[in-house]
Structure formats: C-alpha cells, structure tokens
Write a protein that binds this ligand. Structure first.
Ligand SMILES: [Zn+2]
Length: 141
C-alpha cells in the first residue's frame, strides 16, 4: 500500500478535502508568515500562533520556469522529461504573499490579479514509490 506523504511537516493541512497552507501570525503586531516561523520577523515577538491561511488569493506576479531548477529541486523529472511550469506569488487576503508552483504553464492563461485556488497534488515519488504531496495554485473555478 502506498501512502501519501506531505513534502514537509506542518506546511499544509493534509489529508483534507479542502487543504490550507499553515502560516504563523504574530499576536503582537498581526503580521502573518509562510512557512511558519517560531518568532515574528517584524517585531521579534515569540507570541505567534499557527493559522490556516485563506485557500484563495490573487496572482500578484508570475513567470514560467523554462528549465529544470538546480538542486535541491527534486522531482521525478529528468532534463529530458522536464515540463516548464509556472511560478508565482499569490496574495492571500489578510495574510501573506506566498511563492508557489502554478499548475498553469501557458502564459496566455496567466494574468496578474486573477483569482487562484490552493491545491495539494503529487509532486514526485519517494524511493519506496509513495506519492510525495506538495501544494500549488491553479486558476480558481
Ligand atoms: Zn510581530
């Protein structure tokens, strides 16, 4: 039996029908961070709480990654099978701007300001064949 493994602990809620990224929010200055930090980068307070971030946001900027990234990038792909993918910053309302892989890689279909939605999907497989899950954003339906 294969088991879905999150790419990192504490990055997003999983398993879940409606996964959300896990950020930290400072209780003294209200700044949110992703990924979570043990203390606030803005004011240094350690009074931070884990918060599920909004699942939808607006595309702030994007680019297409047209060649295979160097390590530690680790997918099932080889330079021969690599498919270009979108990378963008998605602004989650009231929270934080998150850098993420995008499911869309057609520049004609990506527009700054478009509504995006979080998905969790298989990114690669580990040595035992288990799917390793990571997050990405796709155009919201
Ligand atoms: Zn703070």
């Amino acid at each position: 039996m294969y088991k879905q493994i999150p790419i990192a602990e504490g990055l997003f809620t999983w398993p879940s029908e409606t996964p959300a990224l896990l950020g930290s929010r400072c209780r003294s200055c209200n700044i949110a961070e992703f990924p979570r930090k043990p203390s606030c980068p803005a004011c240094g307070s350690e009074d931070v709480v884990t918060e599920e971030l909004p699942r939808r946001g607006k595309l702030w900027t994007w680019t297409i990654q047209g060649f295979m990234p160097k390590k530690p990038y680790h997918s099932d792909e080889t330079p021969e099978t690599f498919t270009p993918f979108g990378v963008g910053y998605v602004e989650l309302p009231g929270a934080v701007c998150v850098e993420s892989r995008l499911l869309e890689n057609d520049p004609a279909k990506l527009k700054i300001g478009m509504e995006m939605e979080l998905v969790v999907e298989t990114f690669r497989h580990d040595d035992a064949g288990n799917p390793v899950m990571s997050f990405a954003f796709k155009a919201a339906e």
